[in-house]
Design a protein around this ligand. Structure first.
Ligand code: NAD
Length: 375
């Protein structure tokens, strides 16, 4: 089984879908690995390191030729995969809703596309979950990005010249990214508070030493949709949440928003009027900016200033920590493929009735087969 690892072509994408460690592990399973020239350079991995791990290095046509598995961070153009084996697996973050035409292209080319972001949220799949591994790093980086834009210190400092007070940091949305943001802001010495619509997060916020800020006594606080994700909230809840946020946000120095609802635009959590109540010099980081944004006025790929408040809207935040995000992404792919590896066939065998396979398989036998795309 030949595994091809592509050099990413999307603008601003610095990650790579294999690391020297996962190359060694795939070879130990009996696979051959071919890496596209310079695929790892932006993630601090040289061609020589891949070669030392046992991979061949070549151009796109050479690495794809005869490949049974193609690994990528973002989906490649189907035409660039000519020469791969019939039914070859294309495994990565394929953005199935956003890149639907490409998914049809994989089907047309007879490729079997597997979208890792459709991984079901079950215990068995935790080590394969690219959303978790990448969100965790985004939550960390969001705090550092906020600290870099903020003209003051995070921790309280008592100096001979006087006291510097601790920054107040408010995290909105306490999933994987939000939890890491709380932990990171606490480590930097900030006073941290956080909110979510899922009641289960209250305890998690407290256990990290932050203050929970919750809408009380309004129906809908459960907020838990399917698979541990949030559901959309009732109008009454949204109104109560807006009032709560208004009174809290005016006292904050840093706000980090991470709120997402699967399959829907990101919920709007902060209005322009609320931003106007914040102190000049405050910083907001909108991690949901590419899904429509939690913050009014946030612009994807830009840092904008409004009412003296900076709104940070970096795109592809995991790529800003490309070495670590690539290493974890690569392990997610390895953990998935190795779990289905058949030693005798020296290839993965993906059963049709398996929950993970059904969740992530987009195309098979020339057709789009995924329920979420067909429904
Ligand atoms: P996410 O990225 O979908 O959303 C981020 C957070 O925003 C969530 O906590 C959500 O409740 C919150 N949110 C949505 N609307 C909001 C609003 N209006 N106001 C405030 N907050 C709002 O979430 P996630 O990081 O993917 O994690 C969701 C849950 O799934 C977590 O409990 C996580 O531990 C769990 N999870 C489980 C697995 C697994 O078992 N394999 C894998 C990953 C995550």
């Amino acid at each position: 089984m030949k595994i091809a690892v592509l050099r990413e072509t999307a603008a601003g994408e610095k990650r790579v879908a294999a690391s020297p460690e996962t190359v060694r592990k795939f070879i130990a399973l009996g696979a051959q690995v071919a890496i596209e020239n310079a695929a790892g350079l932006t993630a601090s991995v040289s061609d020589a390191e891949y070669q030392a791990a046992g991979a061949e290095v070549g151009d796109r046509a050479a690495v794809v030729n005869g490949a049974g598995i193609i690994l990528c961070v973002q989906g490649p153009e189907p035409a660039s995969l000519a020469g791969a084996n019939a039914g070859a697996l294309v495994v990565g973050g394929l953005n199935p809703f956003g890149e639907r035409a490409r998914v049809d292209g994989y089907a047309g080319a007879g490729l079997e596309a597997l979208a890792m972001e459709f991984m079901p949220r079950i215990t068995r799949a935790q080590s394969m979950d690219i959303l978790s591994s990448q969100s965790n790093l985004s939550g960390y980086k969001a705090v550092l990005d906020a600290a870099a834009e903020y003209g003051r210190a995070f921790p309280m400092m008592m100096t001979a010249a006087g006291t510097v007070s601790a920054a107040r940091v408010f995290i909105m949305g306490v999933g994987v990214a939000g939890l890491q943001a709380i932990a990171t802001a606490r480590r930097l010495g900030a006073q941290v508070s956080a909110t979510d619509v899922r009641a289960a997060t209250r305890e998690q916020i407290e256990s990290l030493g932050a203050k929970p800020v919750f809408v009380e006594a309004v129906k809908g606080i459960e907020g838990e949709g399917t698979g541990g994700y949030a559901s959309e909230m009732s109008p009454e809840y949204q109104k109560a949440q807006a009032e709560l946020v208004s009174s809290h946000i005016a006292k904050q120095d840093i706000v980090i928003t991470t709120a997402l609802i699967p399959g829907r635009p990101a919920p709007r959590l902060i209005s322009d009027a609320q931003i106007a109540t914040m102190k000049p010099g405050s910083v907001i980081v909108d991690l949901a900016v590419e899904q429509g944004g939690n913050v009014e006025g946030a612009v994807a790929g830009e840092i904008v200033e409004t009412h003296g408040v900076k709104i940070v809207g970096h795109k592809n935040v995991p790529s800003r920590l490309a070495a670590d995000s690539s290493a974890l992404f690569a392990r997610n792919l390895y953990n998935f493929l190795s779990a289905y590896w058949d030693k005798d066939a020296a290839a993965p065998v993906l059963p049709d009735d398996d929950e993970i396979v059904k969740g992530i398989r987009l195309t098979q036998g020339g057709k789009v087969v995924n329920e979420r795309l067909l429904g």
